[in-house]
Design a protein around this ligand. Sequence first.
Ligand code: PSU
Ligand code: MN
Length: 328
Amino acid sequence: MASSALSRLSNLQNHLNPSDSLAKNLVKMSPEVSEALSRGHAVVALESTIISHGMPYPKNLETAKEVEAIVRDNGAVPATIAILDGLPCVGLTSEELERLAKLGTKAQKTARRDIAHVVALRRNGATTVSATMFFASMVGIPVFVTGGIGGVHRHGEQTMDISSDLTELGRTPVAVISAGVKSILDIPRTLEYLETQGVCVAGYKTHEFPAFFTETSGYKVPSRVDSPEDCARLIDANMKLKLGSGILIAAPIPKEHAASGSLIESAIQSALREARDKNITGNAETPFLLARVNELTGGRSLASNIALVKNNALIGAKIASALAQLRQ
Ligand code: PSU
Ligand code: MN
């Protein structure tokens, strides 16, 4: 990799302990991603738990490919991140993407806490938002697109079930574009926790924090941005100031795809009851709730989910392009 790229990376990585070239040797970057980074071109990181655990095969593969195509059509290189046979990969070939999609839940859901174990035991790991942010930051990708992030679970004040996505946002300078968090979670406590972690939460063309399937949650965002250029300047300022923390850009689902709030809400209530009755907890809870809500809404929640991920990919690619231009 060109030395200019390395120096840019080390600027990005001041929060990591960068005898980092050592860590980077453990990561396989696709030639396309590596070249784009070394030239300062736009790159968008994409997570893989959404593929393995978030959607059923073959919809997951179809969606992953469409999302990558949207990123490309809008001027950025997609970098889907996953761990294959213990090797963290940044940028997957179409064969690798297919393999992951077919593995589905046989791939291990891999959050930050699981990374070392999955690598050491040479397993296949689908990275959540926290693990994807970790690798994106390590290789110098400041923009990452997903559907929804994890948060504080309902009754989290008792169970302490708080997604490591939130602490990762507090410690890793990557901007995550998401449609907010689902109402399977405790939205106001999630926002409180993000504040505690020092995370900049910005609504994209809105003052409201979106609730994934719906444009509104009833809760306000602390900041607002109105264009990809606004977002690029925000990310640039965060990097130059070396704040070290991440940014959550919350983009509401497009109006025409917002599933009816009450339909989804009643499905969520039933799914939450079932999860309690079946004693489904820990990292199994989110995938269980997502799958149940999808069944209970007759697939309508999946259709909305796909639409919002694509919308985020479009916005993320534009942000990454604006950022690349700004930093030329
Ligand atoms: N929310 C979604 N879809 C998802 C996830 C969350 O709407 O696929 C996945 C993401 O990978 C996220 C993870 O990082 O679940 C959070 O899991 P947990 O709640 O166990 O931290
Ligand atoms: Mn959890």
